[in-house]
Design a protein around this ligand. Sequence first.
Ligand code: C2E
Ligand code: CA
Ligand code: CA
Length: 753
Amino acid sequence: MPPPITPLAQPKDDHDDLVFLEEHPAAPAVPGARNVWRVMIIDDDEDVHSTTTFALGNLDMQQRPLEFVHAYSAGQARELLKHESEIAVILLDVVMEQDDAGLHLVRYIRETLNLADVRIILRTGQPGYAPEIDAIRDFDINDYKTKSELTRIKLFTTVTAAIRSYEQIRKINDSRRGLNQIVHASTQLMALHGVQNFASGVLTQITDLLGQDGNGVLCVQECPDDGCHELMVMATAGSYRHLDNTTLCNVEHKHIYDAMELTLGQRRNVYGPDFITLYFAGKASRDFVAYLEVGRAPTEIDERLLEVFCANVAVGLDNVELVTHLHNAAFYDQLSKLPNRTRLVEILDATLSGPARDDATLSLVDLDHFAETNDALGHQFGDTLLVAVAGRLQTQLGGQLTVARIGGDIFCVLGDSSQVNPANILALFQHPFSIDGQDVQLSATLGLVRLGEHEGSGADALKDADIALKRAKSQQRAGHFYFSRSMGVEIRERVRMMHALRTAFGQNQLFVVYQPQIDLATRRPVGAEALLRWQTPDGKFISPDRFIPIAEYSGLIIDLGEWVMRTACRELVDLRKAGHQNFMMSINVSQVQFRHPHFLEMLRKALEDTGAPPEFVELEITESMAMEEPDLLIKMLAQIKQTGVSIAIDDFGTGFSSLSYLQRLQIDRLKIDRAFVTEITGSARGSSIAEMVIQLGRNLGLAVIAEGVEDERQAQILQALGCPLAQGFLFARPMTATALNGWLSNDALEGAA
Ligand code: C2E
Ligand code: CA
Ligand code: CA
């Protein structure tokens, strides 16, 4: 015995012919027998089967109970459907074996098995999954619902409507002509996006169905409960065109209004002598009604056809709204209402295959420091600002442009190169944006791609623009950068090297060498700089100038830098054990490493774990790095100094540090860049940048070391200028730890002699 089932609450829009039974009658389940409605549930989730049968268990239409057929995969459903007949409704899960197993199955049902009558209701568990309009259209899918949407009552009404639709289709099966026309009409309708288009499509299709010239109007009745009974015109045809975008009232178009009211009140089609009004049951508080003039009264077949048509269209009207909504969510940015990345890629693809391609340019527009503005002034302010930027991009570049928002603070402009160019776009940021009476000055960085030169898809073009943008950002004050093919090659090469470097690091192909630093007066070693080396398995050395930027770019520098730090510290401890007590170890620190939130912790731990005395460890940071974000740097340096290590500014003289700024930084040493050492012998009077750096160091009380000293004359001039320390091939090349040990015990002493 099946368990007793309590009656369900009657749904609001319940239909007369629904009967709710206390108990499921023990109807013999004879396959193919016509005394049941057969409903097939296809879903890989067993729970869905049981909840569905439970929800529908006591549904009984015209004394015919439901009978369920279960399939738990698309494959199983295919097998069953080959033999099962007379299935009225299929409840079909979209996502099963594959993401679109359900849609494939629909194709199989309609095209291979040629089952045109069965009504199909698609269900999906994923709210983000946008149904393909094409699929719904092409395969005559009755309804589309997310599983969470299908409450017990909704499921009930949905299946009821589908069964009725199936029954009607079966009933008028002999009128194949009409049926085909309906299917065709629904198909045509589904191809139309937007409720407005759909509504006018409905009018066209009705007049086609009836084979008449169309004079008609389709209205929607909003909130029928509050007595206002306004009929908004959604579409018109023929002599009613003048009613477009109006509201019908019972004065001016009384006969139409009255006929429509009657139809809405009775919730059914009304066939008059020279007009018909059709009723489309919409969702909850929205019904649709069409009024058409007819030259002759419709035949009985016409009436039946129209009823089926209306039932189909009602679902369609609701679905179109749903699909339009999902479509918008999938392709448009909700904040700015601009196309999003997905939509932009589509537009790009279209542009690339169209005539505008040759003259078109794509530009990414990245707002500089937007995150800080957002943090400082609040997210709501930030949102308003983004909308303002969107507006300015849209209105002030003029002409036929596509403006999209593809990321938090990244916009994209696509259009003719005469409009989409750095001068025009950057000019838009010359004036501040006024938000809530507050002026905000923004700047932007651009990455551009000329589509005429582009080979590949829209998505590729966007990637190229992104590469150009990164380049523009890495070159300070560049403002913009055009993508060129060589950059693509370069990037691929970089990616290749990135993988190779990661592998090399993992397989211990990297090692540290040490280049001695000496006291120019005594020529005795005072320390060494740790330098990273990469030797590939075929024996080739790759310069750190090439691989360090890649390690930085890929983030590998964090691990790599830590490893160098620990290796150099360990070497320092070993040297001290070997008797070299007053020996300083200089370690290069990259900007990326330095900015990492755990840098300080990493440094402390490296010192602690290796036992390296901090007062003999020096960190080299570059001058360009010292110039960025002064406040952050000052704070960081103060904390680093507390660990006891000292700080040198590498490549000094290549940047533009101001004196006052240098004074605020707690640094210990300036390292004169090799370029100025090389130049020293060439300059007429020895009045050189190197000389100025040496004086600067003296004035600020900082130690100075010259690097890249290659010949004796350079060493002598430097010494004469008052530079106490030096490093270079003249004294020693970078060498392995073992070589350094030997060098310190023998050669250094010889050199000093
Ligand atoms: P840098 O810090 O300016 O290092 C000095 C570079 O000059 C080294 O090149 C060194 O071998 C070279 N050099 C030393 N003396 C002479 C000389 O007399 N003549 C010439 N022509 N060159 C000399 P290297 O080892 O190729 O390193 C290049 C750059 O790579 C370094 O420049 C540094 O910026 C970076 N680097 C190397 N190792 C590391 C590391 O462990 N971490 C980080 N972050 N960067 C590193
Ligand atoms: Ca260095
Ligand atoms: Ca240097």
